[in-house]
Design a protein. Structure first.
Length: 255
C-alpha cells in the first residue's frame, strides 16, 4: 500500500535542508543587494560630480553654491511648492542650479541604501551634501571656501559630495568639517555594508570609502554633531581632513 505523506523524520530532514539553504543564501543575497546599492550610489555621485564640473565650465570657473537654498545659484534649493514634504524636497532639487546639468533626474540625488524614511521625524529625500569648503557655508573661520575650481589643489584627491545623515529631518546647509579640529562637526552617513560611504570628487570620479573607526560608525548611527574621537582612533577624521576642499592659504594646514 502506498504511503500517504511524510514521516516525522522526513519532515525534519526537509526542514533542516531548507534552513541550511536559507542560512547559505540569505547572506549572499544581502551582499548582492549591498553591492547593487553601492553601484547605484557611486553612479549617482559620479553623475553629480560631472554636473558640478559642467557648471563651472559654463560659469567662468565659478563653483556652484554648496549650500541649500541660501542663494539662487545653490546646487539644490530648500523644500518648496505644494504637496507633501517629500514632494516639496523634490521640487527644491528641480529648482537647484545642478538639476539641468545632472540630466534632470531627481532620482540621482538619493542613495538607494538611505534608510532615514524609517526614522520617525525624518522625511529626507536627498542623501548627499556638498562639502562646505567647496563654495559652501562658512563655519567659525575654520577654512577659506574655494569659490573657483582653480582654488582647489589636487582635485582628484578632494571630495565634493558626501553622504550625510543630518538629524534635522533633511540635509541642510552643507557638510561642515573643521580642518584644524580634533572632533567631527557634521555627521556622515554610513549606509553601505555598515562601514562604507560613497564620495564624489572634484575631478568627476566617485568611489566607495571604507571607514575603520568604530566611533565613525557610532556617529552615523546616532546622527550626532560634534562627535568626539576616542583615544587611539581618528584615522577616518584625518582622511576627511586631508581630502577637504578649500582654498589653500598659509593657515590651511590640517592639525
Amino acid at each position: 500500500m502506498a504511503r500517504k505523506g511524510l514521516t516525522l523524520i522526513e519532515v525534519l530532514v526537509v526542514v533542516g535542508v531548507i534552513s541550511l539553504l536559507m542560512a547559505v543564501s540569505v547572506p549572499a543575497l544581502v551582499r548582492v543587494r549591498n553591492q547593487a546599492q553601492g553601484t547605484v550610489c557611486t553612479q549617482n555621485l559620479r553623475t553629480l560630480s560631472l554636473a558640478w564640473l559642467l557648471y563651472k565650465d559654463d560659469n567662468d570657473d565659478r563653483l556652484v553654491g554648496g549650500q541649500v537654498g541660501k542663494y539662487p545659484y545653490d546646487w539644490v534649493q530648500r523644500p518648496t511648492g505644494p504637496g507633501s514634504m517629500l514632494e516639496r524636497q523634490k521640487e527644491g532639487i528641480r529648482q537647484g542650479a545642478l538639476f539641468h546639468y545632472a540630466g534632470k533626474d531627481v532620482g540621482i540625488y538619493r542613495c538607494p541604501a538611505d534608510q532615514r524614511k524609517l526614522i520617525p521625524g525624518q522625511i529626507a529625500y536627498c542623501s548627499y551634501s556638498v562639502a562646505a569648503g567647496a563654495n559652501g557655508e562658512d563655519w567659525d573661520n575654520a577654512y577659506v571656501q574655494a569659490m573657483k575650481y582653480s582654488d582647489i589643489l589636487g582635485p582628484a584627491s578632494k571630495y565634493v559630495f558626501v553622504e550625510e545623515a543630518d538629524p534635522r529631518g533633511w540635509n541642510r546647509g552643507s557638510w561642515v568639517l573643521n580642518p584644524h579640529g580634533g572632533t567631527w562637526v557634521d555627521p556622515l552617513a554610513i549606509w553601505h555594508s555598515r562601514a562604507r560611504s560613497t564620495l564624489g570628487y572634484a575631478d568627476g570620479h566617485a568611489e566607495i570609502h571604507r571607514w575603520v573607526d568604530e566611533s565613525s560608525m557610532e556617529m552615523s548611527r546616532k546622527q550626532e554633531f560634534f562627535y568626539p574621537i576616542p583615544a587611539g582612533q581618528g584615522e577616518d577624521l584625518r582622511f576627511m581632513i586631508g581630502g577637504f576642499p578649500q582654498k589653500i592659504t598659509d593657515t590651511s594646514q590640517p592639525w
